[in-house]
Design a protein around this ligand. Structure first.
Ligand code: GDP
Length: 368
C-alpha cells in the first residue's frame, strides 16, 4: 500500500473528518542479529571503548564519560570494566582545581591558560564540577558558549558537569572522568568549580594544586570568600588587574600576602602565593603556570605530591565504603519496616536513642 495514502477503516463513522484517517507506514525490516547492536545505534564493545580512549578518539572518549555519568546499573558495570582496563594508563597528569565566585573570570582565565598550554605542546582537559546544576536543573558553569576558542583546539577536551543527583554522585563521576582523560593522554586536567561552599572541599580532594580566583574591590563578604576557602588554596589569583582596577588589585595583593602569614598553608613545604592577572589581556597567565610547575617540582621532590594522591585515594575508598554501607542499611527490607516503629517509640520517650540504634543494628545483623 502507498504509505502516504489515507483510508478509512469500517469502524469510522460516516461523514467523519480526517481525524479518523489512518496512514499505513512501511515497517522497519531489521535484519541485524549481532548482540552488540541496539535499535538503530551501534554499541561499541568494551575493547572498542578502551582502544578509542587510548587513541584519543573524542567521540568514544565522550561516550565513555556518558557511560560513567549514567545512573543505570548496567552502564555502571560496563563503565567499571572499561575503567579497570584504562587504569594502568592513568595518573600521568597534573590536576589543577580552579574556583571563584561567578563573574570572577574563571572561564576567561581557563581559556587563556588552556591556549597557552596547548601552544607549549600540552593536551588539556577541562572538567567542571557543579552540583548546583543537578539541584536547580540550571548550571552556573558549563555554558556551551564559554571558552569558545579553546573548545575548537584539537588538543583540548571540555566536559561540562555531570547531572548527578548528589554531591557524592558528582564526585564519583568526576574522579572517574579524570582517569579516563588521563588515559586518553591529557596531561593537564583543569577542574573548574564555582565557589559556593562545599564544592571547593570536594574539588580539593581530587586535585594536586588548587587555585582561587578573586577580584579586588568586591570585598571578602561579597565574594563569599571565607578563611576556610583561602586555606584550601595553593595560590590566590587576583584577576582583572587591568585599567582602573590595576592599583586596587595591587593593594589587594599585598593585603592578602600579609593575611596569609597568619594562615596555615594547605601544602606542606609550599607557601601559598598571591598573584595578579588580567585574563582578558593574557597577562599573568604564563606566570601562574610557572608557579604550578614549580609547585609540582618541589612537591614531587619532597614526596608530598605522591602522598597526597595516595591519601586522596584512601579517602575516596573510605567514602565509597561508607556510602555503600549507608545505602545497604537504609534499603534493607527489615530496617525499612522497623525504623518507623522505633522512631515512634523514641519520639514518645519510650526508648533511648542508644537503645533505638542498638535494636536496629541487632535486626540488621540478623537479617543480612
Ligand atoms: P566566570 O563566571 O568566573 O567564569 O567569569 P567569566 O570568565 O565569564 O568573566 C566574567 C566577566 O568578567 C566577563 O564579562 C569577562 O569578559 C570579564 N573578565 C574576565 N577576565 C577579565 C579580566 O582579566 N579583566 C577584565 N577587565 N574583565 C575580565
Amino acid at each position: 500500500m502507498n504509505e502516504n495514502k489515507s483510508y478509512k477503516p469500517d469502524w469510522v463513522p460516516e461523514n467523519a473528518g480526517k481525524e479518523f484517517a489512518i496512514r499505513i507506514k512501511k515497517g522497519i525490516n531489521d535484519t541485524s542479529t549481532a548482540s552488540n547492536k541496539t535499535i538503530g545505534k551501534y554499541e561499541p564493545t568494551i575493547d572498542e571503548y578502551v582502544n578509542g580512549v587510548l587513541n584519543n578518539q573524542k567521540t568514544l572518549l565522550a561516550k565513555t564519560i556518558t557511560l560513567i555519568e549514567s545512573n543505570s546499573e548496567k552502564h555502571f558495570k560496563f563503565a567499571n570494566e572499561i575503567i579497570q582496563k584504562l587504569l594502568p594508563k592513568a595518573g600521568n597528569s597534573i590536576r589543577v582545581g580552579i574556583t571563584g565566585v561567578p563573574g570572577a573570570g574563571k572561564s576567561t582565565f581557563i581559556e587563556a591558560l588552556g591556549l597557552h598550554l596547548i601552544s607549549k605542546g600540552h593536551k588539556v582537559a577541562v572538567l567542571t564540577v557543579d552540583p548546583s546544576s543537578s539541584i536547580t536543573k540550571g548550571s552556573i558553569l558549563g555554558d556551551k558558549t564559554r571558552m569558545d576558542n579553546l573548545s575548537r583546539e584539537p588538543n583540548c577536551f571540555i566536559r561540562p558537569s555531570p547531572s548527578g543527583t548528589t554531591l557524592g554522585g558528582v564526585t564519583r563521576k568526576s574522579r572517574e572522568t579524570i582517569t579516563v582523560c588521563e588515559a586518553a593522554g591529557y596531561d593537564v586536567i583543569l577542574i573548574e568549580t564555582v565557589g559556593v561552599g562545599q564544592n571547593e572541599i570536594t574539588v580539593r580532594s581530587m586535585v594536586d594544586f588548587f587555585l582561587l580566583i578573586m577580584i579586588s574591590g568586591a570585598g571578602d563578604e561579597l565574594q563569599g570568600i571565607k578563611r576556610g576557602v583561602i586555606e584550601l588554596a595553593d595560590a590566590l589569583l587576583i584577576n582583572k588587574a587591568d585599567g582602573d582596577n590595576k592599583q586596587k588589585a595591587e593593594m589587594a595583593k599585598s593585603e592578602y600576602s600579609n593575611a596569609l602569614h597568619y594562615l596555615k598553608p594547605n601544602t606542606e613545604g609550599w607557601v601559598t602565593s598571591v598573584n595578579l592577572c588580567s585574563a582578558i589581556n593574557n597577562e599573568g597567565v604564563e606566570e601562574i603556570w610557572t608557579e604550578i610547575k614549580k609547585f609540582t617540582e618541589i612537591t614531587k621532590h619532597s614526596g608530598i605530591f605522591y602522598n597526597r594522591r595516595k591519601n586522596q585515594a584512601k579517602e575516596w575508598f573510605n567514602s565509597l565504603i561508607e556510602e555503600r554501607l549507608k545505602s545497604e542499611f537504609f534499603n534493607n527490607h527489615e530496617i525499612k519496616l522497623l525504623l518507623p516503629k522505633i522512631e515512634h517509640e523514641l519520639l514518645n520517650n519510650n526508648i533511648s536513642v542508644i537503645d533505638s540504634v542498638e535494636k536496629l543494628f541487632d535486626k540488621y545483623s540478623k537479617s543480612s
